[in-house]
Ligand binder design. Structure first.
Ligand SMILES: NC(=O)c1ccc[n+]([C@@H]2O[C@H](COP(=O)([O-])OP(=O)(O)OC[C@H]3O[C@@H](n4cnc5c(N)ncnc54)[C@H](OP(=O)(O)O)[C@@H]3O)[C@@H](O)[C@H]2O)c1
Length: 342
């Protein structure tokens, strides 16, 4: 029997690469649909010769999306942004882009569509990001009612943008800040709550949703085994990086100067070094709203348990990849006894 074909929009990203590897291992042919296929070439070795292929496509371009899904049995759309730059707006990517993928799947007779949303997706949210994720879900449902929708909390893993950013901050700055509305010295002053979920668990669940039709039409919320206050997360990073930085709780008012500084840094780096970043250098106003709201499972939707997955705890994984932010002396200390033994 011919191998089935899965097309993964955003397959070269943080989460996408884990799903590409799992589907290839399960014997699927995988077509990675991204804007920059050169950057995605590292995924060639995820399968046998020719098992993983690449197609240039942008979810904002309906024609390229239609061409990318030709012959697909399953499609996964992982494309999302945290920062709006120029024409890359939340509406263009999360709403219109998601609608383009769903409509193309319906037209091409694709059997399964798996769509990535985010925990907190809510048409009435304060945050434009969360509103756009909810509008994207609605657009996907309209065009492809059987789509499986995933809403993960903040995702952690070797290539994540969240713990690694804090790791970098621990390496560079003498202080590690977090935001809180209460007295930071009080027990309730730990800031907003999060339920980080491991990228491997997210990829396992999404892969199962591709291969098992019983998930059709459902929405899943994915979170880790524990809820952490922001202060606990910063503390975890502090320990994992062995930096022993002073942790300070800042009122959300500080978001204003930080946001201005972030915008200034972005422009300066672009003008002077021609560097442009798609990830935020410092939290934007919209991210501040997300941070303030926190990101914890609502309990109203099924989660990892529906896939028989035991969630992985961050404390078991985060130190393994934040090691690189430890002081150099630490490595020396570890290496010295081994050398003297030889
Ligand atoms: N990471 C988290 O903590 C987290 C939490 C909740 C929800 N999510 C959601 O999960 C999804 C994946 O997140 P991620 O962290 O893996 O993202 P990521 O690392 O930023 O990867 C984004 C991927 O999308 C591709 N892409 C960007 N714009 C595109 C476009 N217009 N058309 C086609 N491909 C495009 C990128 O490749 P090119 O640049 O080459 O196109 C890349 O492969 C997103 O929808 C995100 O909102 C993530």
């Amino acid at each position: 029997m011919a191998q089935k074909l899965a097309v993964i929009f955003g397959g070269s990203g943080f989460i996408g690469r884990y799903i590409v590897r799992r589907l290839a291992e399960a014997g699927w042919r995988v077509r990675v649909a991204v804007r920059d296929t050169q950057q995605a070439q590292f995924l060639k070795t995820a399968g046998d010769l020719g098992q993983v292929s690449f197609v240039p496509a942008s979810v904002t371009n309906a024609q390229s999306v239609a061409a990318a899904v030709v012959g697909a049995d399953a499609v996964i759309n992982l494309v999302g942004i945290l920062l709006q730059i120029g024409q890359r707006t939340f509406k263009a990517i999360h709403v219109d882009g998601a609608a383009n993928v769903a409509a193309a799947c319906a037209r091409a007779g694709v059997q399964t569509l798996v769509h990535m949303s985010a925990l907190g997706a809510d048409a009435a949210s304060d945050s434009a990001y969360s509103r756009s994720k909810a509008e994207g879900e609605a657009a996907v449902r309209l065009a492809f009612p059987k789509a499986v929708i995933f809403r993960p909390s903040v995702v952690f893993g070797t290539e994540d943008g969240f713990f690694n950013l804090y790791g970098l901050m621990a390496q560079v700055f003498p202080l590690l800040p977090y935001f809180t509305n209460s007295n930071p010295h009080a027990p309730e002053g730990g800031g907003a709550s999060f339920q980080p979920v491991y990228v491997g668990d997210v990829a396992d669940a999404m892969t199962q949703a591709v291969v098992d039709e019983r998930h059709a039409g459902k929405i899943y919320e994915l979170g880790g085994p524990r809820v952490y206050a922001m202060r606990d997360i910063v503390q975890m990073v502090n320990q994992a990086t062995m930096r022993n930085r002073k942790i300070i709780g800042l009122p959300y008012l500080f978001a204003v100067p930080l946001n201005v500084l972030g915008g200034f840094l972005r422009k300066a780096l672009h003008l002077v070094l021609r560097l442009s970043f798609e990830a935020p250098l410092l939290p934007t106003f919209d991210q501040m709203k997300l941070l303030k709201a926190g990101n914890v499972l609502s309990g109203a939707m099924p989660g990892l348990e529906a896939f028989g997955i035991q969630p992985t705890a961050p404390d078991a994984v985060v130190p393994t990849y934040l090691k690189r932010f430890r002081p150099v002396q630490q490595n020396k200390k570890i290496r010295t006894p081994a050398r003297s033994k030889a």
